[in-house]
Design a protein around this ligand. Sequence first.
Ligand code: LLP
Length: 439
Amino acid sequence: MADMNFTGPEPDLQDLLAARPPLQMHAQDGLCLEGVPLNAIADAHGTPVWVYGAATMRARFAALRDAFAAEGVPMHIHYAVKANDHLAILNLFREQGAGADVVSIGEFLRATKAGVAAQNIVYSGVGKSASELETALGAGIGQINVESAEEVEMISGIAMRLCVVANIALRMNPDVDAGTHAKITTGLAENKFGIAAEDIPALYARAAKLPGVKAVGIAMHIGSQILSTEPYRLAYEKGAEMIRSLREAGQSVEVLDLGGGLGIGYQDEPGLNPSAFAAVVRQVTDGLGVKLMMEPGRYLVGPAGLLVGSVILQKQAGKRFLVLDAAMNELMRPAMYEAWHGILPVGAAAYQNPTTPADVVGPICESADIFAKDRQLPDLQPGARIALLDAGAYGAVMSSAYNARPRAAAVLVDAGGFQLITKRQEIAALWEDEILPRT
Ligand code: LLP
């Protein structure tokens, strides 16, 4: 299995900055996101704090939309809520014209709370409970991507009880290696996701006959952080072939949902190019006559987010450890996937100083609580701030309160200003839902 983590030479501080136009270094103000000094945000709201750039998210959405427009391919973009489920961000993508892709009733209700119409929501996932399906169907969800024969029967029963008809797409597992990290690949036969190609025709025919459901098409999602168009081409060719053979068998197929997974550059690997992706989609779906949908998450939000932390102390113990006030409970990706995230000092002065290797760690009592090993960084004294880059996707959503650490605040940068969009959790809120047993 390929490793999703690029292993080339590490980019230095200047390389990291140069590759990220939303970030700028100002001689006085230090590191800025979309022109707003991170120091001003940290002064106002403390650290650790998530910072998201609205213009960057809008620009990435536009780049994807325009790439399809340039190919003449009408594409319905459903933002994958799991990447970053903040109401402010769901609202931002809704304003750009996106629908939503959800995997739980919590995500569904979040998306509707942010104003996304139920009709524009797709419900994916390998295990949706009866009560979740009931709520979603009762609210008029647009489409459910089904992952098993058992689920088709379940949805039919619930929809009949509610007197509604559920639009369902069968998620086909194309058995294609997405060439990404084993923990985030989903399109191999061994993965728990989707329905094997050979089982699709019979299940599609069964669904076409069942009351309460309407089989509208085929869905796919082969994995995440995919950096090459080739696995997509292979998977989508199999999807297109399936659609043609279903039609030959007399079935009606209106929809092809292409999933998400478009990778971004974390180290200095180039991210997936939206134009190259759109060209593959056009080539493979030309003349197919289906409504095309997709469910990107990381591509839209990953590069737009930072986690800003402060150095608690610089520990010298044979090697240098930079101990931050941010930890794996905020950003889990390095601990969980050995993911590489760029780290930049926020203060301008640090950029003048020589760098030496340091392990950048959090204060949690786990050896896995480490953001970077032997990273070339300048001397950073207690109180110095640093930014962990490309943390907009699968950052805050995967955070926990481990070690009784309250949830960090979040700030949205927009139009040269910034606003708090999540209050830092009060420590007492950590136990406010707990009930002491009566004695
Ligand atoms: N659609 C489905 C059915 C999915 O399962 C996913 C992601 C997406 C869309 C969006 O994928 P994206 O465009 O964001 O790659 N926590 C991991 C990533 C897990 C992805 C899970 N599924 C990480 O931090 O890398």
